[in-house]
Ligand binder design. Structure first.
Ligand SMILES: C[S@@+](CC[C@H](N)C(=O)[O-])C[C@H]1O[C@@H](n2cnc3c(N)ncnc32)[C@H](O)[C@@H]1O
Length: 278
């Protein structure tokens, strides 16, 4: 990407939402944010010896919060260079020497087989061109008893065609309108079992909340290097993106899927006596 001071209004208008996030250094959070991270850490009893891979880490929120919570080895990867730079700077500020960030592609990971206890994929697989290749890679780098955590977002209320087209244009990805079951079927392969599955829905933000959020982000020091015209264009694009995603999220939910390999050869019969909490 060009240096900030060289960005023209046309450059900014041509940027996808993902590139804008890199530019403004917005903290992209996994659906459910810190709550999802704490839920996963508790459910899987993660600790300082756990090794976690955060796929599509963006500016590093999930990886850094796992690192802060568990003081364990975490690697965050993304294809966006700007986001990886921001994540690395944030990591230095937290002084987390067991957390690392690197450029890498989910569909062709640079890691050896079987090195991670957890592969965390928060709202990223929908953006990857070759999802099958990504899913194969997640399992390839997991240890034999590792867990895949996938947190896909999906529609729980039918969106209008215009809304979907606007989101496609904003993120410059030809997303499909997907529902929970399609994600469940995609992630849960024949040899795997669902270990945990927790559903959530998004709440709509007020216009005031969005205004305050945008104002806070756009006042960042590094953005002062933009020309007046480029700043105005960025302001308009950013507000438009936030309102669009607020509207879109009000049609959406997400699930924390935690999946592991079935061990049919070891436990070769299913559970018969089920129970429920009283
Ligand atoms: C919507 S953001 C989600 C970021 C974070 N996981 C979260 O849940 O907030 C998706 C991220 O995935 C990254 N991404 C898209 N395709 C990728 C790929 N093939 N490999 C790695 N990262 C990818 C994007 O650059 C972006 O930072």
């Amino acid at each position: 990407m060009k240096k900030i001071e060289k960005l023209t209004p046309e450059d900014i208008k041509a940027m996808s939402y993902n590139e804008i996030i890199g530019l403004v250094r917005e903290t992209n959070r996994t659906p459910g944010g810190l709550n999802t991270i704490k839920t996963v850490a508790r459910m899987l009893n993660l600790n300082s010896s756990s090794k976690i891979l955060d796929i599509g880490t963006s500016t590093g929120h999930t990886a850094l919060e796992f690192g802060r919570l568990l003081n364990c080895e975490v690697t965050g990867i993304d294809i966006n260079d700007e986001s990886i730079k921001t994540a690395t700077e944030r990591c230095k500020r937290f002084k987390l020497d067991k957390v690392k960030f690197q450029l890498d592609d989910a569909t062709n990971l640079s890691f050896k087989d079987g090195v991670f206890d957890v592969v965390f994929a928060g709202n990223v697989t929908s953006l990857v061109n070759n999802r099958e290749a990504a899913l194969n890679e997640y399992w390839r780098v997991l240890k034999p008893n590792g867990y895949l955590v996938a947190v896909p977002m999906y529609y729980i209320k039918e969106p209008s065609k215009k809304l979907v087209d606007d989101v496609r244009k904003a993120i410059q990805v030809n997303i499909e309108v997907q529902h929970k079951q399609e994600w469940r079927d995609f992630f849960l392969r024949e040899n795997d079992e669902m270990f945990e599955e927790v559903d959530f829905k998004f709440l709509k933000c007020s216009d005031k909340e969005i205004d305050e959020f945008c104002k806070n982000i756009l006042e960042r020091e590094h953005l002062k290097k933009l020309s007046k015209e480029s700043m105005e264009t960025l302001r308009k694009c950013y507000y438009d993106f936030m309102h669009l995603f607020n509207e879109n999220n009000s049609h959406m939910g997400f699930t924390v899927f935690i999946i592991r390999r079935k061990e049919e050869d070891v436990f070769n019969d299913p559970e018969l006596y089920h129970s429920e909490r009283v």
